[in-house]
Design a protein around this ligand. Structure first.
Ligand code: ARG
Length: 469
């Protein structure tokens, strides 16, 4: 049996029951119940203050909604799967609970401004929670950088060993990506922080409402100036999913590194058992599943973004039912990022950094080749010529299966009159610690620069944390 519908006045038959589930969004928008109740209470109070309904009715609506909130919280509220969405569920329950006054709540309101209000309130809360999580992860990156401040590892370009760097420098690179992600997340918060309430279905209302009052009561920064825009704008959800997508890109890149580093071939890190899984057949296996999942789930967040862009692109003004498709992807992006941020934080705070393996990886090879050329250049050899001289030394060493620092003094001396005069210059330069220490340009990998970077990162983190509140 289908219960009496909200629009039963105009309709002679109930909606097709086979399509009921197709049209419903309750399973998805259920999570907006707190925002829906808060929005309704603010609306009812405003209606009473404007003498559109009586204060008695407003009081009865408020206590009824609080009762429903308590029941949902306690898990004793029974959601009827026949209800189309959370707004109808709550309004129906309210009328069952308080009678006629419940029917006055929807005066000067439509589900179109209602759903936009609820979703915006929810996104404001969630973007702040994500921004906080981003700060926690940034703090974890600083912690790992500081705990390993002298560790040297190979830096790569094209995934070929390029120049030795501090592991801390590598960690801080992610810190700065996440710092920009934080900014994007807060921008998404600000985009959501505008009130559509009082726009009604699309054109506003003839009732003497006060939109500023509900906006203030709900903590919105401002009201949206155009009622049609207010009920059909979903840009703020695009901003949110875009912010989530970029963060997922960064987490995915980092997870790819964790996966490589934890392989036998690299051996740079060992993930904690708590963040790895075994194999059902191969007893020796320890798999970086969670890092892989972060990388894998990045795709679904991109899908959420493309999905919503596509929903919006052909919609005429104002509300269209297509807009009901806005929430599932946005919520999925939030949920996925929430879990991914927690997973990455857990992984880095518990992983073992195999400092010796990293150091060994930075040794040998030809990563000091640029420095050797620089030494010649500093002593007056044109850099192009220096490049050529060192290139020949690399070839010589490579043919003998040696690294540059294993070349003999004679071999070095033969390459250039400068080394002939003093081959120890070359040997000093080739020491890996010196190679790192020479990178003193602003933002470079020299220990002093990285120390300054840590200070800068901490300061920035503190001020960002303050800006969330
Ligand atoms: N469940 C709907 C949504 O999420 C609520 C708004 C419905 N409005 C309407 N005119 N059918 O979009």
């Amino acid at each position: 049996m289908t219960s009496k519908h909200l629009w039963s006045g105009r309709f002679e038959t109930a909606p097709d029951s086979d399509l009921q589930a197709f049209g419903a969004s309750l399973a998805v928008d259920k999570r907006l119940w707190q925002q829906d109740i808060a929005g309704s209470i603010a609306h009812a109070n405003m209606l009473a203050e404007q003498s559109i309904i009586t204060t008695e009715d407003a009081a009865s609506i408020t206590s009824g909604l609080n009762e429903i909130a308590a029941r949902i919280e306690a898990g004793t509220f029974e959601f009827n799967t026949q209800d189309e969405d959370i707004h109808m569920s709550i309004e129906k329950a309210l009328t069952e609970l308080i009678g006629e006054a419940g029917g006055r709540l929807h005066t000067a309101r439509s589900r179109n401004d209602q759903v936009a209000t609820d979703t915006r309130l929810y996104i404001k809360q969630q973007t702040k929670a994500l921004a906080e999580q981003l700060c926690e992860l940034r703090s974890a990156f600083i912690e790992v950088a500081e705990a390993n401040s002298t560790v040297i590892m190979p830096g790569y370009t094209h995934l070929q060993k390029a120049q030795p760097i501090l592991f801390a420098h590598h960690m801080l690179a992610y810190y700065w990506m996440l710092t920009r992600d934080f900014k994007r997340m807060m921008a998404a918060h600000d985009a959501a922080d505008l009130s559509p309430l009082g726009s009604a279905a699309l054109a506003g209302t003839g009732h003497p409402i006060d939109r500023q009052k509900t906006a203030t009561a709900l903590g919105f920064a401002q009201v949206i100036p155009n009622s049609m825009d207010a009920v059909s704008d979903r840009d703020y959800l695009l901003d949110l999913i875009y912010a989530c997508s970029v963060t997922m890109v960064h987490l995915s890149r980092f997870c790819e590194e964790l996966i490589m580093w934890s392989s036998n071939e690299f051996g740079f890190i060992t993930l904690s058992d708590a963040y790895s899984t075994g194999s059902s057949i191969m007893p020796q296996k320890k798999n970086p599943d969670f890092a892989e999942l972060v990388r894998g789930k990045t795709g679904r967040v991109f899908g959420d973004l493309i999905g919503l862009l596509t929903v919006l692109k052909g919609l005429p003004l104002a509300y269209n039912k297509d807009l009901q498709e806005d929430k599932e992807g946005a919520f999925d992006a939030i949920d996925t990022l929430t879990q991914a941020l927690a997973a990455v934080k857990g992984m880095i705070l518990t992983m073992k950094v195999n400092t010796d393996v990293m150091y060994q990886g930075a040794q040998g090879g030809f990563m000091a080749a640029t420095d050797l050329a620089d030494v010649l250049a500093e002593r007056g050899v044109p850099f192009r010529e220096a490049h050529e001289i060192v290139g020949k030394l690399v070839l010589l060493a490579e043919k003998q299966g040696k690294s540059l620092d294993e070349l003999t003094l004679d071999e070095l001396s033969a390459s250039s009159p400068i080394f002939a005069k003093d081959a120890s210059i070359a040997l000093e330069v080739l020491k890996i610690e010196n190679v790192v220490a020479r990178r003193t340009s602003e933002g470079g990998t020299a220990p002093d620069q990285v120390r300054e970077q840590v200070e800068l990162a901490k300061k920035r983190l503190d001020s960002d944390k303050d800006s969330i509140l």
